[in-house]
Design a protein around this ligand. Structure first.
Ligand code: 26W
Length: 823
């Protein structure tokens, strides 16, 4: 083996770190050390950490090269990284060192960390999962990097005005991003638009030529991803669109300089802004261009790296695997075919085998409105050569289907890449399925529905392709970093192995009934609740008691996630007290957080409803402070890190069969919250792991939901008539008790909940939900019982570490290994 070229120069002892910080204050920030503010020192610390990551990243690169390791490239249109500084310090095991160092010079590291903006380059679950995966891959010493888009504006910031969501632009780089490394030298050129000229070579070979395209440049920016322990540093490579010099030379040559520059600026629009929805397909040209831009930049980068080491593209899939994070990067299948067939002149059949062996697809949603389709007209305009290739892929694929299933016309229609009813469209999910060697869902239940409901024909034809990979979360960010009091208690009790092997926490099971341990566990939770109470008081001017149950519902606002059901319960509790004089055993603080897609009217109304109900209840002295409602605005990774450790009761109440997995559910339980939930997504497996007696289950099962929906036998009006609880709550909603200034404001909700076609079956689950909430109320009143259950939740969450998830992908789908096992 050749000798490694790169060795580490930077030391991690306090003296070296302090010297580097001073150097950065002077040489990077151009300030005098004596005049540096806390903020300057923080920036200099980040730059000093970047130096350390950069050299480790180079060392990692050399190790991968020498081992000729097969690499996994994760293609995702979103990444929700969250703040970098604290995470880097944590994974480099330098956090307490730096905290002390800051204290010595009279500064507060916490404050510096708080001032970092979250890079919010994602909407929700899908983007955050990608970030957890990257953390685990680096921690496991595996060659796996992320590819994405360097949006200039991330997900909108949410402000609340008069109870309504207002969106603000998120210019996340305003203060610079010290961790990222621009690599203009590795920029790639991406063609778009134009037309295809069909020509025939003298030897009779067909030669399609993509002509008259316009080009955009993709400039990579690398964000180092450090694994726990600091040995492996992978990267997330984000591409920003830049206008090419030659852009529209035609106009330029005609002397219209200003118009030429204008076109140039327009081409940089491609990576301006992240589309802010995770539940409806947009169908917008700019979004299609974004998706292609990601795929084209990523593949150019990968093929260039491959070519530098190996000239034989028939071996491509032995060294490269690409995971498609949902269908947004599904054009990878077509772009890789174009590259192999048009540019490398490889035969179609061989190229198709290479493509399938390279690509793997993960589905993250069952909602029909979120399944992507692109109109043929739009594809023809933006990617004419790709559309031709899609036709060819489809025709060869359908030949195979016909061979197997003879004349089953309906089946052929369903499996085609083209939707022919109405406007002709390409079904991206079908493309992703046929172009991949693996198709996976993200929880047992969801993977089952992917087979049965989403792709039954494809499953019948190639059952071996389909598999499950249950999601997880990284315990580094979601326990070690976000919950210092609990993390310390765990380490004191069982040692620190749990940080990289979460199943180690099983060892605390035996302390579930140990009074001493329980006291410390309660104390840790209380500390976190006090921090959150202070935050709520200072930001919302709502006084909440840390002795009340912190009942938390934090996730995107969507009807299927049923924040409405939670509100119905709050109203019920309030009416019980005020109208019937029935007090709960325990005081409760209902905390909500989450953004609504800007164009999703119902979701925005739900935010308004939460505020309106909160305003009435919080003001009403008759509740004696037993019920409080707080909506913490601008839910994002850093806010989640504050909220989750303080939670007693986690709301995971989606209609069974709608939430693919959920990952917030795992974060809450890991931090010692109990879950009230339906048998949906990963809740099913969480309940299996923690034990049914430590999980508050309610609601219809997925089969029951499906049955009601397909037979059309859901009649909520009947429930309304039979159940006094339902009646009281809905009547109160209609009576304007919660919208005195806007009569009728919420009657749409009552109308909708009473319709037979209300797809999320709120009222079907309502009565059992409030009954289960009563059990919660009684059990919380018994701290020994409650905390025993909470401890067992933390103890039994080992399965839900992304370390386990990544090992499974590596073994079953990617065939990649930890570097340390190859060396
Ligand atoms: C085209 C519009 C669009 C954008 C994003 C459609 C769909 C999406 C995502 C696939 C939605 C998403 O984030 N799904 C979530 O993925 C998580 C990670 O697997 C799961 O835990 C959540 O249950 C699922 O809703």
């Amino acid at each position: 083996m050749t000798k490694r070229r790169f060795t580490l120069k930077k030391k991690n002892d306090r003296k070296s770190l302090a010297a580097d910080i001073c150097d950065h204050v002077v040489f990077s920030l151009s300030k005098e050390v004596d005049n540096a503010t806390e903020h300057d020192i923080g920036k200099a610390l980040a730059l000093s950490m970047r130096d350390r990551l950069v050299e480790r990243m180079m060392m990692t690169r050399d190790r991968f090269r020498e081992a000729k390791a097969k690499r996994m490239y994760y293609f995702s249109i979103e990444y929700l990284l969250g703040r970098c500084l604290g995470n880097t310090l944590c994974n480099m095991e330098l956090l307490s060192e730096c905290e002390e160092m800051f204290k010595d010079i009279g500064y507060d590291l916490d404050e510096v960390r708080e001032s970092e903006r979250d890079p919010a380059l994602g909407n929700g679950g899908l983007g955050r999962l990608a970030a957890c995966f990257l953390d685990s891959l680096a921690t496991l010493d595996m060659p796996g990097c992320g590819y994405g888009i360097h949006y200039e504006y991330g997900l909108f910031r949410q402000s609340i005005q008069d109870g309504c969501q207002k969106e603000l632009a998120d210019y996340w780089m305003a203060d610079g991003m010290p961790m990222e490394i621009a690599r203009p030298d590795q920029a790639v050129m991406i063609p778009l638009y134009g037309r295809v000229e069909n020509s025939i070579l003298p030897n009779g070979e067909y030669l399609p030529m993509w002509m008259d395209w316009e080009d955009i440049i993709g400039v990579p920016y690398d964000i180092p991803i450090v694994g726990y322990g600091g040995k492996t540093v992978n990267y997330l490579r984000l591409f920003a669109a830049r206008a090419s010099q030659s852009f529209d030379m035609e106009i330029f040559n005609h002397g219209d300089y200003i118009r030429a520059v204008q076109r140039k600026i327009e081409s940089e629009m491609v990576t301006k802004v992240l589309y802010p929805s995770e539940s409806v397909s947009f169908g917008k040209e700019l979004r299609l261009v974004q998706e292609y831009f990601l795929v084209a930049c990523g593949l150019r980068d990968i093929t260039r790296r491959f070519s530098a080491q190996n000239k034989n593209f028939e071996e491509f899939a032995d060294y490269v695997v690409i995971q498609l994070n949902d269908t947004h990067p599904a054009l990878t299948v077509v772009e890789l075919m174009r590259y192999l067939v048009d540019e490398k002149r490889i035969k179609w059949g061989t190229a198709w085998e290479i493509t399938q062996a390279t690509c793997a697809y993960t589905n993250h949603t069952l909602l029909p409105e979120a399944l992507e389709c692109w109109s043929v007209d739009l594809l023809e305009k933006v990617l004419p050569r790709h559309l031709q290739l899609i036709y060819e892929i489809n025709s060869r694929f359908l030949d195979g289907v016909k061979k197997k299933y003879a004349d089953d016309v309906e089946k052929i229609r369903r499996m085609s890449l083209f939707e022919e009813d109405g406007k002709k469209e390409v079904r991206m999910a079908n493309l992703a399925v046929i172009g991949s060697h693996s198709v996976n869902g993200v929880s047992e239940l969801h993977s089952d529905l992917v087979k049965r409901r989403l792709f039954p024909d494809f499953y019948e034809m190639n059952p071996e392709k389909f598999n499950n990979k249950t999601n997880g979360v990284t315990p580094r960010r979601w326990l070690l970093k976000s919950n210092p009091p609990l993390a310390q208690l765990l380490t004191d009790s069982v040692g620190k192995k749990w940080i990289t092997d979460l199943s180690e926490l099983k060892k605390i099971e035996k302390y579930a009934t140990d009074t001493e341990f329980r006291k410390k566990f309660i104390a840790a939770k209380r500390k976190n609740k006090i921090v959150l109470s202070d935050f709520i008081r200072s930001t919302l001017d709502i006084k909440v008691s840390p002795d009340s149950i912190f009942d938390i519902h934090a996730k995107r606002i969507h009807e299927y996630k049923r924040q409405l059901l939670n509100v119905l319960h709050i109203i019920h509790m309030y009416l019980e007290m005020i109208d019937h004089g029935r007090e709960p055993f325990c005081a409760r603080t209902f905390i909500f957080a989450g953004k609504a897609a800007p164009g999703y009217w119902e979701a925005k109304q739900i935010i308004k409803l939460i505020h309106s109900v909160g305003e009435v209840i919080n003001k009403d002295k008759r509740t004696k402070g037993l019920i409080k409602v707080a909506f913490t605005p601008d839910y994002r990774v850093s806010l989640a890190e504050k909220i989750i450790p303080a939670c007693d009761l986690s709301e995971q109440i989606s209609t069974a069969g709608t939430e693919a997995s959920g990952t917030g559910n795992m974060k809450f339980a890991m931090n010692g919250a109990l879950t009230i939930g339906t048998l949906d997504g990963a809740n099913v497996e969480m309940r299996e792991e923690v034990g049914a007696e430590n999980f508050y289950l309610f609601g219809l099962r997925q089969e029951e939901v499906e049955n009601l929906l397909v037979t059309g036998s859901y009649h909520p009006r009947g429930i309304y008539e039979k159940s006094p609880e339902v009646r009281q709550v809905l009547d109160a909603l209609r009576s304007n008790r919660f919208s005195p200034k806007d009569p009728g404001m919420f009657s749409w909700i009552v109308d909708k909940l009473l319709m037979d076609n209300e797809q999320y079956l709120h009222l079907a689950d309502f009565v059992e939900y409030i009954e289960t909430q009563k059990i919660v109320d009684r059990e919380y009143a018994d701290p020994a019982l409650w905390n025993k259950k909470a401890i067992l939740n933390t103890a039994r969450m080992g399965k839900f570490s992304t370390d386990r998830t990544m090992r499974e992908y590596a073994r079953d789908i990617w065939n990649i290994k930890a570097l340390k096992d190859l060396e």
